[in-house]
Design a protein around this ligand. Structure first.
Ligand SMILES: NC(=O)c1ccc[n+]([C@@H]2O[C@H](COP(=O)([O-])OP(=O)(O)OC[C@H]3O[C@@H](n4cnc5c(N)ncnc54)[C@H](O)[C@@H]3O)[C@@H](O)[C@H]2O)c1
Length: 289
């Protein structure tokens, strides 16, 4: 079967896009999988993956921005599957948050982004950590290339209008680093890594274009969810911890060498990747010589 035979995977936000691809990849390697989403389509996704892989795949309606719903999801998964081995924290919202929002709108948007993209990850980790420790599992946090060093000095990979989305993903770096170090310091073999991809063809990215219909030549330059799912499988077999693994269109989507430092690593050539933060020198993410 596969290298995940007998394991249990969890993927949040799996009704479409990357989450569906991650869930399918875990099941195709032999894992039973629990998936959740706010969208009811998640049930059909579970049925389809179960039918094509022969694994047990269960869908749970869950709004991860709600603390009690996250707890309920985690409890249901532990009850139904007996434990977890791989948790992919994938569910998130994207959108622009213009500077001219009213104060009321700004507060509401702040809460929405932080509850969905940040607090949910924290709460799910807290709920599933005991099982992950017992079964020596993996946490994979889905980030974005917006938090990586800019492509050009003086440039940025973040969006000029997406302060809350970008800020929410920066917070995840704190989780990845602290959890990776914390489990290791306790002698607990739970690996924690992030995947921070550039443009990948999903409903989220298509939705940025008018009518959700990007030009074909633009889409042709994007990475695919299947490529990202393979990267997840490669990561799970690699055994590293603490890395934020970047992948950019136009380069092979493959696992870069380990940093051994718990730092961002990329599929881009080293000289294109390590410009430092926001174009400032010296490069704070430069590997030591
Ligand atoms: N597509 C890209 O180019 C890209 C680039 C960088 C990072 N990402 C990240 O990849 C992950 C997946 O993105 P995608 O492109 O597949 O997006 P998507 O919008 O196509 O899918 C996200 C899924 O999460 C679900 N979701 C949203 N809010 C939820 C909530 N409160 N509770 C439960 N489920 C919820 C949505 O219903 C949807 O099914 C996200 O973390 C995103 O930030 C995507």
């Amino acid at each position: 079967m596969g290298f995940l035979d007998g394991k249990v995977g969890v993927v949040t936000g799996a009704a479409q896009g990357l989450g569906t691809a991650y869930a399918r990849a875990l099941a195709s390697e032999g894992a039973d999988v629990a998936i959740c989403d706010v969208k009811p389509e998640v049930s059909a996704v579970a049925d389809e993956i179960a039918a094509t892989t022969g694994r047990t795949v269960r869908a749970y309606p869950c709004d991860v921005s709600q603390a009690e719903a996250v707890r309920g999801f985690a409890d249901a998964v532990l009850r139904d599957f007996g434990g977890v081995d791989v948790v992919v924290m994938n569910a998130a919202i994207y959108g622009s948050t213009p500077l001219d929002l009213s104060r009321e709108e700004a507060l509401s948007e702040y809460q929405r982004f932080m509850d969905t993209n940040v607090r949910s990850v924290y709460l799910l980790e807290r709920a599933l950590a005991p099982s992950l420790v017992e079964r020596e599992g993996d946490i994979v946090v889905i980030s974005t290339d917006h938090v990586l060093p800019p492509v050009q000095p003086g440039g940025t990979r973040g969006g000029p209008g997406s302060d809350l989305y970008d800020a929410s993903k920066w917070v995840l770096n704190g989780y990845i680093q602290a959890w990776a170090m914390g489990f290791a310091a306790n002698g607990q073999n739970v690996r924690v890594n992030g995947l921070g991809m550039g443009a990948t063809d999903t409903p989220m990215l298509r939705g940025v274009f008018p009518g959700g219909d990007p030009p074909e030549d633009v889409v042709a330059g994007w990475m695919t969810p299947a490529q990202q799912a393979q990267l997840l499988l490669d990561l799970l077999q690699d055994g590293r911890t603490g890395d934020l693994i970047a992948s950019e269109p136009g380069h092979p989507v493959e696992l870069p060498p380990r940093s051994d430092l718990g730092q961002p690593v990329s599929n881009m050539p080293h000289e294109q990747f390590h410009h430092g933060l926001m174009g400032l020198e010296p490069a704070i993410w430069e590997n030591p010589t």
